[in-house]
Design a protein around this ligand. Structure first.
Ligand code: DPX
Ligand code: MG
Length: 569
Protein backbone atom coordinates (compact mmCIF):
# COMPACT_ATOMS: atom_id res chain seq x y z
CA UNK A 1 0.00 0.00 0.00
CA UNK A 2 1.49 3.34 -1.04
CA UNK A 3 0.89 5.10 2.30
CA UNK A 4 2.82 2.47 4.27
CA UNK A 5 6.33 3.62 5.21
CA UNK A 6 9.31 2.67 3.06
CA UNK A 7 11.66 2.97 6.04
CA UNK A 8 10.29 1.32 9.15
CA UNK A 9 10.57 2.48 12.73
CA UNK A 10 9.64 0.50 15.84
CA UNK A 11 6.33 2.37 15.97
CA UNK A 12 5.59 1.64 12.30
CA UNK A 13 6.43 -2.01 12.85
CA UNK A 14 4.02 -2.29 15.74
CA UNK A 15 1.31 -0.41 13.83
CA UNK A 16 1.58 -2.75 10.88
CA UNK A 17 1.45 -5.85 13.06
CA UNK A 18 -1.68 -4.54 14.86
CA UNK A 19 -3.38 -3.87 11.52
CA UNK A 20 -2.31 -7.25 10.14
CA UNK A 21 -3.93 -9.16 13.01
CA UNK A 22 -7.25 -7.43 12.36
CA UNK A 23 -7.20 -4.52 14.79
CA UNK A 24 -9.01 -1.51 13.29
CA UNK A 25 -9.30 0.67 16.40
CA UNK A 26 -6.66 1.16 19.09
CA UNK A 27 -7.62 2.70 22.43
CA UNK A 28 -5.29 5.35 23.84
CA UNK A 29 -4.59 7.91 26.52
CA UNK A 30 -1.60 10.12 25.62
CA UNK A 31 1.35 10.92 27.89
CA UNK A 32 4.83 12.20 27.12
CA UNK A 33 6.36 8.70 27.13
CA UNK A 34 4.05 7.47 24.32
CA UNK A 35 3.47 10.51 22.08
CA UNK A 36 5.86 9.54 19.28
CA UNK A 37 4.42 6.03 19.34
CA UNK A 38 0.89 7.45 19.03
CA UNK A 39 2.02 9.46 15.99
CA UNK A 40 3.35 6.29 14.37
CA UNK A 41 0.14 4.34 15.07
CA UNK A 42 -1.94 7.26 13.79
CA UNK A 43 0.05 7.26 10.56
CA UNK A 44 -1.04 3.72 9.72
CA UNK A 45 -4.02 4.05 7.34
CA UNK A 46 -5.68 0.88 8.68
CA UNK A 47 -5.81 1.97 12.30
CA UNK A 48 -8.20 4.44 13.90
CA UNK A 49 -7.13 6.05 17.16
CA UNK A 50 -9.77 6.14 19.88
CA UNK A 51 -9.04 8.42 22.82
CA UNK A 52 -10.50 7.47 26.21
CA UNK A 53 -11.16 9.55 29.32
CA UNK A 54 -8.76 7.59 31.54
CA UNK A 55 -6.64 4.46 31.42
CA UNK A 56 -9.01 2.26 33.43
CA UNK A 57 -11.74 2.99 30.91
CA UNK A 58 -9.25 2.65 28.07
CA UNK A 59 -8.31 -0.87 29.15
CA UNK A 60 -11.94 -1.87 29.67
CA UNK A 61 -12.91 -0.42 26.27
CA UNK A 62 -10.16 -2.56 24.74
CA UNK A 63 -11.48 -5.55 26.73
CA UNK A 64 -14.92 -4.99 25.15
CA UNK A 65 -13.39 -4.52 21.71
CA UNK A 66 -11.57 -7.86 22.07
CA UNK A 67 -14.94 -9.53 22.76
CA UNK A 68 -16.23 -8.18 19.43
CA UNK A 69 -13.06 -8.42 17.36
CA UNK A 70 -11.09 -11.28 18.89
CA UNK A 71 -8.09 -9.07 19.73
CA UNK A 72 -7.50 -5.45 20.80
CA UNK A 73 -4.84 -2.90 21.72
CA UNK A 74 -4.60 -0.35 24.53
CA UNK A 75 -1.80 2.24 24.49
CA UNK A 76 -0.89 4.15 27.65
CA UNK A 77 1.92 6.07 29.28
CA UNK A 78 4.32 4.87 31.96
CA UNK A 79 3.09 4.03 35.48
CA UNK A 80 0.37 6.67 35.93
CA UNK A 81 -1.32 5.21 32.86
CA UNK A 82 -0.20 1.61 32.86
CA UNK A 83 -1.01 0.88 36.50
CA UNK A 84 -4.63 1.94 35.87
CA UNK A 85 -4.74 -0.07 32.65
CA UNK A 86 -3.59 -3.17 34.53
CA UNK A 87 -7.15 -3.49 35.82
CA UNK A 88 -8.73 -4.03 32.40
CA UNK A 89 -5.74 -6.20 31.53
CA UNK A 90 -6.56 -8.38 34.53
CA UNK A 91 -10.09 -8.63 33.24
CA UNK A 92 -8.83 -9.74 29.83
CA UNK A 93 -6.71 -12.41 31.55
CA UNK A 94 -9.59 -13.74 33.62
CA UNK A 95 -12.01 -13.57 30.70
CA UNK A 96 -9.58 -15.13 28.16
CA UNK A 97 -9.27 -12.19 25.79
CA UNK A 98 -6.10 -11.27 23.88
CA UNK A 99 -5.67 -7.60 24.77
CA UNK A 100 -2.33 -6.09 23.76
CA UNK A 101 -1.28 -3.59 26.42
CA UNK A 102 1.35 -1.19 25.10
CA UNK A 103 3.11 1.29 27.35
CA UNK A 104 5.58 4.05 26.62
CA UNK A 105 8.52 4.12 29.03
CA UNK A 106 11.53 6.31 29.97
CA UNK A 107 14.34 7.20 27.58
CA UNK A 108 16.85 4.32 27.37
CA UNK A 109 19.68 6.53 28.70
CA UNK A 110 18.02 7.40 31.99
CA UNK A 111 18.47 4.13 33.88
CA UNK A 112 22.26 4.04 33.43
CA UNK A 113 22.52 7.73 34.35
CA UNK A 114 20.60 7.11 37.59
CA UNK A 115 18.13 9.89 36.81
CA UNK A 116 15.04 10.42 38.89
CA UNK A 117 12.07 10.75 36.56
CA UNK A 118 8.45 11.88 36.62
CA UNK A 119 5.72 9.19 36.51
CA UNK A 120 7.96 6.77 38.41
CA UNK A 121 8.25 5.59 42.01
CA UNK A 122 11.08 8.06 42.60
CA UNK A 123 13.74 5.38 42.47
CA UNK A 124 16.09 4.68 39.56
CA UNK A 125 14.83 1.17 38.92
CA UNK A 126 12.23 1.35 36.12
CA UNK A 127 11.81 -2.37 35.73
CA UNK A 128 8.92 -2.64 38.20
CA UNK A 129 6.22 -2.07 35.60
CA UNK A 130 7.50 -4.92 33.42
CA UNK A 131 7.75 -7.17 36.48
CA UNK A 132 4.17 -6.35 37.48
CA UNK A 133 2.94 -6.89 33.92
CA UNK A 134 4.48 -10.38 33.89
CA UNK A 135 1.96 -11.48 36.53
CA UNK A 136 -1.12 -10.39 34.61
CA UNK A 137 -0.21 -11.25 31.01
CA UNK A 138 0.89 -14.40 29.22
CA UNK A 139 3.95 -12.66 27.77
CA UNK A 140 5.53 -9.35 28.82
CA UNK A 141 8.39 -7.79 26.87
CA UNK A 142 10.35 -4.54 27.16
CA UNK A 143 12.13 -3.33 24.03
CA UNK A 144 15.61 -2.11 25.00
CA UNK A 145 17.15 -1.78 21.51
CA UNK A 146 15.34 -0.99 18.25
CA UNK A 147 16.72 -4.06 16.49
CA UNK A 148 15.12 -6.31 19.11
CA UNK A 149 11.64 -4.84 18.59
CA UNK A 150 10.47 -7.11 15.72
CA UNK A 151 11.34 -10.29 17.59
CA UNK A 152 9.83 -9.14 20.90
CA UNK A 153 6.67 -7.62 19.38
CA UNK A 154 6.02 -10.75 17.30
CA UNK A 155 6.62 -13.01 20.28
CA UNK A 156 4.24 -11.14 22.58
CA UNK A 157 1.44 -10.93 20.00
CA UNK A 158 1.78 -14.59 19.01
CA UNK A 159 1.61 -15.73 22.63
CA UNK A 160 -1.50 -13.61 23.24
CA UNK A 161 -3.30 -14.93 20.18
CA UNK A 162 -2.49 -18.54 21.00
CA UNK A 163 -3.24 -18.40 24.71
CA UNK A 164 -6.26 -16.05 24.36
CA UNK A 165 -4.69 -13.95 27.13
CA UNK A 166 -3.35 -10.37 27.27
CA UNK A 167 0.29 -9.52 26.54
CA UNK A 168 2.42 -6.48 27.40
CA UNK A 169 4.81 -4.52 25.19
CA UNK A 170 6.92 -1.69 26.66
CA UNK A 171 8.57 0.76 24.27
CA UNK A 172 10.94 3.52 25.50
CA UNK A 173 10.05 7.01 24.39
CA UNK A 174 13.23 7.38 22.30
CA UNK A 175 12.77 4.06 20.44
CA UNK A 176 9.31 4.47 18.89
CA UNK A 177 10.83 6.57 16.13
CA UNK A 178 14.07 4.54 15.88
CA UNK A 179 14.64 2.61 12.67
CA UNK A 180 14.07 -1.13 12.50
CA UNK A 181 13.42 -3.74 9.82
CA UNK A 182 10.11 -4.14 8.00
CA UNK A 183 7.72 -6.88 9.19
CA UNK A 184 8.03 -10.38 7.70
CA UNK A 185 5.02 -12.55 6.76
CA UNK A 186 2.21 -12.23 9.32
CA UNK A 187 1.53 -15.97 9.23
CA UNK A 188 4.57 -16.37 11.50
CA UNK A 189 2.53 -14.56 14.16
CA UNK A 190 -1.01 -15.70 13.43
CA UNK A 191 -0.84 -19.28 12.19
CA UNK A 192 -2.71 -21.46 14.69
CA UNK A 193 -1.26 -24.49 16.42
CA UNK A 194 -3.30 -27.49 15.30
CA UNK A 195 -4.04 -30.55 17.42
CA UNK A 196 -1.51 -33.30 17.79
CA UNK A 197 -3.13 -36.08 15.73
CA UNK A 198 -2.25 -38.90 18.13
CA UNK A 199 -3.44 -36.91 21.16
CA UNK A 200 -6.69 -35.97 19.40
CA UNK A 201 -7.36 -39.62 18.50
CA UNK A 202 -6.53 -40.80 22.02
CA UNK A 203 -8.75 -38.15 23.60
CA UNK A 204 -11.68 -39.13 21.37
CA UNK A 205 -11.19 -42.81 22.30
CA UNK A 206 -11.09 -41.89 25.96
CA UNK A 207 -14.34 -39.95 25.53
CA UNK A 208 -16.01 -43.08 24.12
CA UNK A 209 -14.74 -45.07 27.10
CA UNK A 210 -15.94 -42.36 29.49
CA UNK A 211 -19.43 -42.45 27.94
CA UNK A 212 -19.71 -46.22 27.60
CA UNK A 213 -22.10 -47.66 30.14
CA UNK A 214 -23.36 -44.19 31.10
CA UNK A 215 -27.11 -43.74 30.76
CA UNK A 216 -27.65 -40.04 31.44
CA UNK A 217 -25.14 -37.77 29.65
CA UNK A 218 -25.42 -33.97 29.81
CA UNK A 219 -23.28 -31.32 28.13
CA UNK A 220 -22.36 -28.29 30.23
CA UNK A 221 -21.11 -25.28 28.26
CA UNK A 222 -18.72 -22.69 29.76
CA UNK A 223 -17.42 -19.29 28.64
CA UNK A 224 -14.16 -20.59 27.15
CA UNK A 225 -16.14 -22.17 24.29
CA UNK A 226 -16.44 -18.85 22.43
CA UNK A 227 -12.94 -17.75 23.41
CA UNK A 228 -11.49 -20.89 21.83
CA UNK A 229 -12.52 -19.71 18.34
CA UNK A 230 -11.70 -22.35 15.67
CA UNK A 231 -15.42 -22.91 14.95
CA UNK A 232 -15.84 -24.48 18.40
CA UNK A 233 -19.35 -23.05 18.87
CA UNK A 234 -20.63 -24.60 15.62
CA UNK A 235 -18.84 -27.86 16.40
CA UNK A 236 -20.59 -28.01 19.77
CA UNK A 237 -24.01 -27.74 18.13
CA UNK A 238 -23.12 -30.67 15.86
CA UNK A 239 -21.90 -32.72 18.81
CA UNK A 240 -25.03 -31.93 20.84
CA UNK A 241 -27.28 -32.97 17.95
CA UNK A 242 -25.31 -36.18 17.42
CA UNK A 243 -25.74 -37.01 21.12
CA UNK A 244 -29.33 -35.80 21.48
CA UNK A 245 -28.73 -35.04 25.16
CA UNK A 246 -29.57 -32.03 27.33
CA UNK A 247 -27.29 -28.99 27.01
CA UNK A 248 -27.00 -26.66 30.01
CA UNK A 249 -25.01 -23.44 29.93
CA UNK A 250 -23.03 -21.63 32.65
CA UNK A 251 -24.14 -18.01 33.28
CA UNK A 252 -20.93 -16.56 31.79
CA UNK A 253 -21.56 -18.61 28.64
CA UNK A 254 -25.16 -17.47 28.13
CA UNK A 255 -25.88 -17.29 24.41
CA UNK A 256 -22.97 -19.55 23.41
CA UNK A 257 -25.48 -22.34 22.74
CA UNK A 258 -28.68 -21.07 21.06
CA UNK A 259 -31.47 -20.62 23.60
CA UNK A 260 -34.10 -21.51 20.99
CA UNK A 261 -32.44 -24.90 20.33
CA UNK A 262 -34.67 -27.77 21.47
CA UNK A 263 -31.82 -29.28 23.52
CA UNK A 264 -31.14 -26.07 25.49
CA UNK A 265 -32.26 -26.73 29.06
CA UNK A 266 -31.34 -23.45 30.75
CA UNK A 267 -28.57 -21.76 32.68
CA UNK A 268 -26.88 -24.01 35.22
CA UNK A 269 -26.14 -21.81 38.21
CA UNK A 270 -26.82 -24.08 41.17
CA UNK A 271 -29.85 -23.06 43.14
CA UNK A 272 -30.37 -19.92 41.02
CA UNK A 273 -30.45 -21.85 37.73
CA UNK A 274 -33.07 -21.07 35.09
CA UNK A 275 -35.71 -23.61 34.04
CA UNK A 276 -34.68 -26.99 35.48
CA UNK A 277 -31.02 -26.87 34.47
CA UNK A 278 -29.78 -27.73 37.96
CA UNK A 279 -32.11 -30.74 38.29
CA UNK A 280 -30.93 -32.26 35.03
CA UNK A 281 -27.23 -31.58 35.71
CA UNK A 282 -27.58 -33.23 39.13
CA UNK A 283 -29.49 -36.17 37.56
CA UNK A 284 -26.71 -36.82 35.00
CA UNK A 285 -24.25 -39.69 35.33
CA UNK A 286 -21.85 -38.26 32.71
CA UNK A 287 -21.03 -34.56 32.40
CA UNK A 288 -19.22 -33.32 29.32
CA UNK A 289 -17.87 -29.94 30.42
CA UNK A 290 -16.91 -27.78 27.45
CA UNK A 291 -14.87 -24.65 28.27
CA UNK A 292 -16.37 -24.46 31.75
CA UNK A 293 -15.12 -22.25 34.59
CA UNK A 294 -16.01 -23.26 38.14
CA UNK A 295 -15.55 -20.39 40.61
CA UNK A 296 -17.19 -19.48 43.91
CA UNK A 297 -19.56 -17.25 41.92
CA UNK A 298 -20.48 -19.73 39.18
CA UNK A 299 -20.95 -22.54 41.75
CA UNK A 300 -22.95 -20.34 44.16
CA UNK A 301 -20.36 -20.43 46.95
CA UNK A 302 -19.29 -24.01 46.06
CA UNK A 303 -22.79 -25.38 46.62
CA UNK A 304 -23.23 -26.43 42.97
CA UNK A 305 -19.90 -28.04 42.10
CA UNK A 306 -20.81 -31.18 40.10
CA UNK A 307 -19.85 -34.23 42.13
CA UNK A 308 -19.57 -36.89 39.43
CA UNK A 309 -16.35 -37.60 37.50
CA UNK A 310 -16.20 -35.11 34.62
CA UNK A 311 -14.86 -34.91 31.14
CA UNK A 312 -13.38 -31.42 30.73
CA UNK A 313 -12.66 -30.20 27.21
CA UNK A 314 -10.60 -27.02 27.45
CA UNK A 315 -9.30 -24.65 24.76
CA UNK A 316 -6.15 -26.71 24.15
CA UNK A 317 -6.42 -29.91 26.21
CA UNK A 318 -8.89 -32.50 27.47
CA UNK A 319 -8.99 -34.24 30.83
CA UNK A 320 -10.89 -37.28 32.09
CA UNK A 321 -10.79 -39.04 35.43
CA UNK A 322 -7.30 -40.57 35.24
CA UNK A 323 -6.31 -39.21 31.81
CA UNK A 324 -5.03 -35.98 30.25
CA UNK A 325 -4.36 -35.05 26.62
CA UNK A 326 -2.37 -31.94 25.72
CA UNK A 327 -2.45 -30.08 22.38
CA UNK A 328 -6.00 -31.02 21.54
CA UNK A 329 -7.80 -27.97 20.11
CA UNK A 330 -11.37 -27.59 21.32
CA UNK A 331 -13.03 -27.12 17.92
CA UNK A 332 -11.23 -30.10 16.44
CA UNK A 333 -12.01 -32.28 19.45
CA UNK A 334 -15.73 -31.47 19.42
CA UNK A 335 -15.94 -32.06 15.65
CA UNK A 336 -14.15 -35.38 15.98
CA UNK A 337 -16.35 -36.46 18.87
CA UNK A 338 -19.50 -35.61 16.90
CA UNK A 339 -18.58 -38.35 14.42
CA UNK A 340 -18.02 -41.06 17.06
CA UNK A 341 -20.61 -40.55 19.84
CA UNK A 342 -23.78 -42.60 20.21
CA UNK A 343 -27.22 -40.99 20.29
CA UNK A 344 -28.71 -40.99 23.80
CA UNK A 345 -31.53 -38.53 24.54
CA UNK A 346 -32.46 -39.87 27.99
CA UNK A 347 -31.68 -36.52 29.63
CA UNK A 348 -33.92 -34.69 27.16
CA UNK A 349 -36.81 -37.08 27.89
CA UNK A 350 -36.36 -36.54 31.63
CA UNK A 351 -35.88 -32.79 31.20
CA UNK A 352 -39.18 -32.48 29.39
CA UNK A 353 -40.82 -34.09 32.42
CA UNK A 354 -39.04 -31.77 34.87
CA UNK A 355 -39.32 -28.56 32.90
CA UNK A 356 -41.35 -25.94 34.74
CA UNK A 357 -44.39 -24.54 32.92
CA UNK A 358 -43.95 -21.04 31.48
CA UNK A 359 -44.55 -18.38 34.11
CA UNK A 360 -47.33 -15.96 33.41
CA UNK A 361 -45.71 -12.53 33.24
CA UNK A 362 -47.88 -9.73 34.52
CA UNK A 363 -47.87 -6.56 32.46
CA UNK A 364 -48.05 -3.44 34.59
CA UNK A 365 -50.50 -0.67 33.77
CA UNK A 366 -48.79 2.59 32.71
CA UNK A 367 -49.39 4.37 36.00
CA UNK A 368 -47.99 1.52 38.12
CA UNK A 369 -44.85 2.31 40.07
CA UNK A 370 -41.82 0.87 38.28
CA UNK A 371 -40.55 -2.49 39.51
CA UNK A 372 -37.56 -4.66 38.67
CA UNK A 373 -39.88 -7.27 37.14
CA UNK A 374 -41.55 -4.74 34.87
CA UNK A 375 -38.14 -3.42 33.74
CA UNK A 376 -37.12 -6.98 32.80
CA UNK A 377 -40.41 -7.54 30.98
CA UNK A 378 -39.91 -4.41 28.90
CA UNK A 379 -36.25 -5.22 28.14
CA UNK A 380 -37.27 -8.73 27.09
CA UNK A 381 -39.60 -7.22 24.51
CA UNK A 382 -36.71 -5.15 23.14
CA UNK A 383 -34.40 -8.09 22.40
CA UNK A 384 -34.07 -9.15 18.77
CA UNK A 385 -31.59 -10.95 16.53
CA UNK A 386 -29.36 -7.85 16.33
CA UNK A 387 -29.17 -7.22 20.07
CA UNK A 388 -26.08 -7.56 22.20
CA UNK A 389 -26.98 -7.32 25.86
CA UNK A 390 -24.30 -6.24 28.34
CA UNK A 391 -25.06 -7.08 31.96
CA UNK A 392 -23.05 -5.46 34.73
CA UNK A 393 -21.99 -6.94 38.06
CA UNK A 394 -24.86 -6.43 40.49
CA UNK A 395 -28.51 -7.44 40.29
CA UNK A 396 -28.19 -6.80 36.53
CA UNK A 397 -26.41 -10.19 36.32
CA UNK A 398 -29.41 -12.01 37.69
CA UNK A 399 -31.98 -9.97 35.79
CA UNK A 400 -30.03 -10.42 32.55
CA UNK A 401 -29.45 -14.15 32.95
CA UNK A 402 -33.23 -14.69 33.37
CA UNK A 403 -34.02 -13.12 29.98
CA UNK A 404 -34.62 -15.32 26.94
CA UNK A 405 -32.27 -14.64 24.05
CA UNK A 406 -33.95 -14.78 20.64
CA UNK A 407 -31.91 -16.37 17.81
CA UNK A 408 -28.93 -14.17 16.93
CA UNK A 409 -29.00 -12.16 20.16
CA UNK A 410 -25.68 -12.03 22.00
CA UNK A 411 -24.88 -11.68 25.66
CA UNK A 412 -21.80 -10.22 27.37
CA UNK A 413 -20.96 -10.57 31.05
CA UNK A 414 -17.69 -10.20 33.00
CA UNK A 415 -18.30 -12.79 35.66
CA UNK A 416 -14.76 -13.95 36.34
CA UNK A 417 -13.21 -10.51 36.99
CA UNK A 418 -16.43 -8.81 38.15
CA UNK A 419 -15.27 -5.19 37.98
CA UNK A 420 -18.15 -2.82 38.63
CA UNK A 421 -18.21 -0.18 35.88
CA UNK A 422 -16.94 -2.61 33.22
CA UNK A 423 -20.08 -2.50 31.10
CA UNK A 424 -19.92 1.19 30.08
CA UNK A 425 -16.42 1.26 28.51
CA UNK A 426 -16.69 -2.37 27.36
CA UNK A 427 -19.97 -1.69 25.52
CA UNK A 428 -18.37 1.42 23.98
CA UNK A 429 -15.37 -0.59 22.71
CA UNK A 430 -17.64 -3.36 21.45
CA UNK A 431 -19.94 -0.91 19.66
CA UNK A 432 -17.07 0.57 17.64
CA UNK A 433 -16.43 -2.86 16.15
CA UNK A 434 -20.13 -3.74 15.74
CA UNK A 435 -21.93 -0.46 14.99
CA UNK A 436 -24.68 -2.49 13.29
CA UNK A 437 -25.76 -4.22 16.51
CA UNK A 438 -28.41 -2.94 18.90
CA UNK A 439 -26.50 -2.60 22.15
CA UNK A 440 -28.33 -2.54 25.45
CA UNK A 441 -26.53 -2.17 28.77
CA UNK A 442 -28.14 -3.17 32.07
CA UNK A 443 -26.18 -1.44 34.84
CA UNK A 444 -26.65 -0.45 38.47
CA UNK A 445 -26.17 3.02 39.93
CA UNK A 446 -23.03 2.06 41.87
CA UNK A 447 -21.35 0.53 38.84
CA UNK A 448 -22.26 3.47 36.63
CA UNK A 449 -20.51 5.86 39.01
CA UNK A 450 -17.18 4.07 38.46
CA UNK A 451 -16.79 4.67 34.71
CA UNK A 452 -19.54 7.17 33.80
CA UNK A 453 -17.12 9.39 31.82
CA UNK A 454 -16.94 6.86 29.02
CA UNK A 455 -20.52 7.71 28.01
CA UNK A 456 -18.91 10.83 26.57
CA UNK A 457 -17.02 8.65 24.05
CA UNK A 458 -20.34 7.08 23.01
CA UNK A 459 -21.48 10.67 22.39
CA UNK A 460 -18.30 11.54 20.50
CA UNK A 461 -18.67 8.55 18.17
CA UNK A 462 -22.49 8.92 17.83
CA UNK A 463 -23.13 5.40 19.10
CA UNK A 464 -26.82 4.71 19.81
CA UNK A 465 -26.28 2.53 22.88
CA UNK A 466 -29.21 2.17 25.29
CA UNK A 467 -28.18 2.24 28.95
CA UNK A 468 -30.83 0.99 31.35
CA UNK A 469 -29.63 2.18 34.74
CA UNK A 470 -31.24 0.47 37.70
CA UNK A 471 -31.18 3.04 40.47
CA UNK A 472 -31.78 1.14 43.70
CA UNK A 473 -29.78 3.72 45.69
CA UNK A 474 -26.65 1.76 46.51
CA UNK A 475 -24.70 -1.47 46.34
CA UNK A 476 -27.60 -3.89 46.65
CA UNK A 477 -25.61 -7.03 45.84
CA UNK A 478 -23.26 -6.16 48.71
CA UNK A 479 -26.27 -5.48 50.93
CA UNK A 480 -27.34 -9.08 50.32
CA UNK A 481 -23.84 -10.50 50.92
CA UNK A 482 -22.96 -8.39 53.97
CA UNK A 483 -24.68 -5.11 54.81
CA UNK A 484 -23.26 -1.94 56.32
CA UNK A 485 -23.40 1.83 55.90
CA UNK A 486 -20.68 1.51 53.24
CA UNK A 487 -23.28 0.12 50.84
CA UNK A 488 -25.06 3.49 50.59
CA UNK A 489 -23.90 5.86 47.87
CA UNK A 490 -24.54 9.48 46.93
CA UNK A 491 -27.44 9.72 44.55
CA UNK A 492 -26.80 11.52 41.24
CA UNK A 493 -29.03 13.09 38.65
CA UNK A 494 -27.98 10.50 36.06
CA UNK A 495 -30.17 11.75 33.23
CA UNK A 496 -28.81 15.28 33.57
CA UNK A 497 -25.23 14.05 33.81
CA UNK A 498 -25.44 12.24 30.50
CA UNK A 499 -26.76 15.36 28.81
CA UNK A 500 -23.81 17.31 30.21
CA UNK A 501 -21.56 15.05 28.13
CA UNK A 502 -23.15 16.50 24.98
CA UNK A 503 -21.15 19.72 25.24
CA UNK A 504 -22.06 21.82 22.21
CA UNK A 505 -22.58 19.06 19.65
CA UNK A 506 -23.66 15.75 21.24
CA UNK A 507 -26.85 13.73 20.83
CA UNK A 508 -27.08 11.88 24.14
CA UNK A 509 -30.48 11.68 25.79
CA UNK A 510 -30.98 11.28 29.52
CA UNK A 511 -34.42 10.13 30.66
CA UNK A 512 -35.99 9.06 33.92
CA UNK A 513 -38.68 6.47 34.57
CA UNK A 514 -40.57 6.06 37.81
CA UNK A 515 -43.62 4.31 36.35
CA UNK A 516 -44.17 1.52 33.82
CA UNK A 517 -45.61 4.00 31.32
CA UNK A 518 -42.61 6.34 31.66
CA UNK A 519 -40.28 3.45 30.94
CA UNK A 520 -42.28 2.51 27.86
CA UNK A 521 -42.02 6.11 26.59
CA UNK A 522 -38.31 6.28 27.41
CA UNK A 523 -37.59 3.06 25.50
CA UNK A 524 -39.44 4.46 22.50
CA UNK A 525 -37.35 7.64 22.70
CA UNK A 526 -34.17 5.54 22.96
CA UNK A 527 -35.13 3.63 19.81
CA UNK A 528 -35.69 6.90 18.00
CA UNK A 529 -32.33 8.33 19.08
CA UNK A 530 -30.06 6.84 16.41
CA UNK A 531 -27.29 9.42 16.75
CA UNK A 532 -26.12 8.95 20.31
CA UNK A 533 -26.53 7.05 23.57
CA UNK A 534 -29.71 7.14 25.63
CA UNK A 535 -29.60 6.58 29.36
CA UNK A 536 -32.83 5.65 31.10
CA UNK A 537 -32.66 6.00 34.86
CA UNK A 538 -35.12 3.50 36.34
CA UNK A 539 -35.92 4.29 39.95
CA UNK A 540 -36.86 1.28 42.02
CA UNK A 541 -37.14 0.51 45.70
CA UNK A 542 -33.84 -0.38 47.41
CA UNK A 543 -35.11 -3.84 48.36
CA UNK A 544 -36.66 -4.59 44.96
CA UNK A 545 -34.05 -7.15 43.94
CA UNK A 546 -34.24 -10.60 42.43
CA UNK A 547 -34.89 -13.78 44.40
CA UNK A 548 -31.76 -15.18 42.78
CA UNK A 549 -29.57 -12.36 44.15
CA UNK A 550 -30.70 -13.00 47.72
CA UNK A 551 -30.21 -16.78 47.46
CA UNK A 552 -26.85 -16.51 45.70
CA UNK A 553 -25.69 -13.77 48.09
CA UNK A 554 -26.50 -15.99 51.05
CA UNK A 555 -24.32 -18.87 49.82
CA UNK A 556 -21.46 -16.67 48.61
CA UNK A 557 -21.43 -14.93 52.01
CA UNK A 558 -21.25 -18.34 53.70
CA UNK A 559 -18.29 -19.34 51.50
CA UNK A 560 -16.53 -16.05 52.28
CA UNK A 561 -17.06 -16.55 56.01
CA UNK A 562 -15.49 -20.05 56.30
CA UNK A 563 -13.14 -19.95 59.29
CA UNK A 564 -9.42 -20.52 58.63
CA UNK A 565 -8.59 -24.22 58.45
CA UNK A 566 -5.93 -25.18 60.97
CA UNK A 567 -3.09 -27.45 59.77
CA UNK A 568 -3.93 -31.11 60.25
CA UNK A 569 -7.61 -30.46 60.95
C1 DPX B 1 -19.77 -3.97 44.48
C2 DPX B 1 -21.03 -4.16 43.89
O1 DPX B 1 -25.55 -0.29 42.17
O2 DPX B 1 -25.60 -2.74 41.52
O3 DPX B 1 -27.62 -4.09 41.73
O4 DPX B 1 -27.22 -2.30 43.38
O5 DPX B 1 -25.84 -4.34 43.40
P1 DPX B 1 -26.63 -3.41 42.56
P2 DPX B 1 -24.73 -1.42 41.70
O6 DPX B 1 -24.03 -1.24 40.43
O7 DPX B 1 -23.70 -1.78 42.83
C3 DPX B 1 -22.66 -2.70 42.65
C4 DPX B 1 -22.19 -3.23 43.98
C5 DPX B 1 -19.50 -2.71 45.26
N1 DPX B 1 -18.78 -4.91 44.38
O8 DPX B 1 -23.29 -3.85 44.60
S1 DPX B 1 -21.33 -5.60 42.99
C6 DPX B 1 -17.41 -4.86 44.86
C7 DPX B 1 -16.50 -4.23 43.85
C8 DPX B 1 -16.40 -4.71 42.52
N2 DPX B 1 -15.61 -4.07 41.62
C9 DPX B 1 -14.88 -3.03 42.01
N3 DPX B 1 -14.92 -2.55 43.27
C10 DPX B 1 -15.72 -3.14 44.19
N4 DPX B 1 -17.11 -5.77 42.12
C11 DPX B 1 -14.03 -2.34 40.99
MG1 MG C 1 -27.40 -0.25 43.01
Amino acid sequence: MSSLPTKYTVGDYLAERLAQIGIRHHFVVPGDYNLVLLDKLQANPNLTEVGCANELNCSLAAEGYARANGVSACVVTFSVGALSAFNGTGSAYAENLPLILISGSPNTNDASQFHLLHHTLGTTDYSYQLEMAKKITCCAVAVARAHEAPRLIDRAIRHALLARKPCYIEIPTNLSGAECVRPGPISAVTDPVTSDKAALEAAANCASEYLSGKLKPVILVGPKLRRAGDGAEQALIKLAEAMGCAVAVQPAAKGMFPEDHKQFVGIFWGTVSTDAADSIVHWADALLCVGTVFTDYSTVGWTAMPDIPLMAAEMDHVTFPGAHFSRVRLGEFLSHLATTVKFNNSTMIEYNRLKPDPVLVRTATPSDELTRKEISRQIQALLDSKTTLFVETGDSWFNGVQLKLPPGALFEIEMAWGHIGWSIPAAFGYALRHPDRKIIVMVGDGSFQVTAQEVSQMVRFNLPITIVLLNNRGYTIEVEIHDGSYNKIKNWNYALLVQAFNGEDGNAKGLTAKTAGELQDAIKAAEENTKGPTLIECSIDQDDCSRELITWGHFVAAANARPPRLPGV
